[in-house]
Design a protein around this ligand. Structure first.
Ligand SMILES: Nc1ncnc2c1ncn2[C@@H]1O[C@H](COP(=O)(O)OP(=O)(O)OP(=O)(O)O)[C@@H](O)[C@H]1O
Length: 334
């Protein structure tokens, strides 16, 4: 089976000072392979400064590696030119952390979406361009009639981030680099955006490199994970395996730093009774780490979904520290 993307011992050294006397090794001997016919979600996780954004920048061609090779569909990315380079730029798209920074406040959403359509000549007429915009917005769970014609300040952070995903989707990418896409959106919208990414992988065959410092969201969304520390790979493998049974001390530290809720804690007058939601916890992904919270999980929760009672409980499980008390008692009525 052909490779979609292959990184072979990629390193990036930033040099500073007059004669490059200060050097930072941001990425060291980094390798990975994504298969063309197996769209997947791979998380690259690590603390601040571990080299995650450097990896994203290299993949998007914004910077060049100091050593190693990046091969996309059999071709060395550093040597691409002409039509191949244009295809790479179209097929490898990005969604960044800040859903606010990428919008020009003077243009409507229509304009933002029409730019890539024009640039990559994706539509033969205005009507076709409009149809493509509507399709992309619908695919990310937005109603085109609510969104088109609006200015950025008239949209929520979650809507803006989904518009960014829609913009990427317009180009029919094969690979999406999602660099901390939910870290700046409200906790209640994270699930929606993560689910949008998951749909992209499942329904549109897009492989996603999900870059994050947050192992909780990585756990929900990814199939496999690479843990970076100071530019080097500490551990890699199936996400369930790595997070449930971390082998490397650094990964253990990262996993141990995930905040776990105290389900006996009371908010105001309303005690939280997770057990009332009921059911056994067979298959709960958190079972090895959270014997109490597992009582709320009836089924394998591949992705939490707001609005679903069981999954709300799992959402609570992840995010309790950030949830206001009134929302908690609403989710888990006694
Ligand atoms: N342009 C640059 N010049 C010099 N050093 C840099 C440059 N960009 C990043 N670095 C250094 O490279 C290392 C990796 O940085 P990078 O931004 O890739 O980490 P990160 O994991 O994305 O961090 P964060 O989660 O905080 O964004 C850090 O030590 C950083 O200081």
């Amino acid at each position: 089976m052909a490779d979609l993307l292959r990184l072979e011992n990629v390193s990036k050294v930033y040099s500073r000072g007059l004669i490059g006397s200060h050097a930072t090794v941001a990425l060291k001997d980094f390798s990975l392979t994504l298969k063309e016919d197996e769209p997947t979600i791979l998380t690259v996780a690590g603390e601040s400064g571990s080299g995650k954004t450097t990896l994203a920048m290299l993949l998007l061609g914004f910077i060049h590696q100091s050593a190693g090779r990046i091969i996309y569909r059999g071709k060395d990315v550093a040597k691409l030119h002409g039509a191949d380079k244009l295809a790479y730029r179209r097929e490898v798209q990005a969604v960044f952390q800040d859903p606010f920074a990428v919008f020009n406040p003077f243009y409507t959403v229509d304009h933002l979406l029409s730019v890539p359509i024009r640039h990559f000549k994706l539509a033969g007429s205005k009507a076709e361009a409009r149809r493509k915009m509507e399709e992309a917005l619908t695919a990310v769970g937005l109603r085109p009639e609510d969104i088109l014609g609006r200015f950025p300040h008239q949209l929520s952070g979650g809507q803006r981030q989904r518009i960014n995903v829609a913009r990427a989707l317009l180009l029919k990418p094969r690979l999406l680099i999602a660099d901390e896409p939910v870290s700046m959106v409200d906790a209640s919208l994270r699930a929606t955006i993560l689910e949008t990414l998951r749909n992209l992988q499942r329904d549109h065959g897009v492989s996603i490199i999900y870059i994050t410092h947050d192992l909780t969201t990585a756990f929900h969304i990814a199939k496999s994970i690479i843990v970076l520390y100071r530019g080097s790979v500490m551990e890699a493998g199936d996400v369930d395996q790595v997070i449930k049974d971390p082998q490397h001390p650094y990964t253990q530290l990262l996993v141990d730093s995930i905040p776990w809720p105290n389900l006996d804690q009371r908010w105001g007058a309303q005690p939280i009774k997770a057990r009332e939601i009921g059911g056994s916890a067979e298959g709960c992904r958190f079972r090895p780490r959270c014997p109490k919270a597992m009582d709320i999980c009836k089924q394998e929760p591949p992705l939490f979904r707001l609005g679903d009672k069981h999954a709300d409980a799992c959402f609570l499980h992840d995010s309790q520290p950030q949830m206001p008390p009134e929302r908690l008692s609403e989710l888990l009525p006694v």
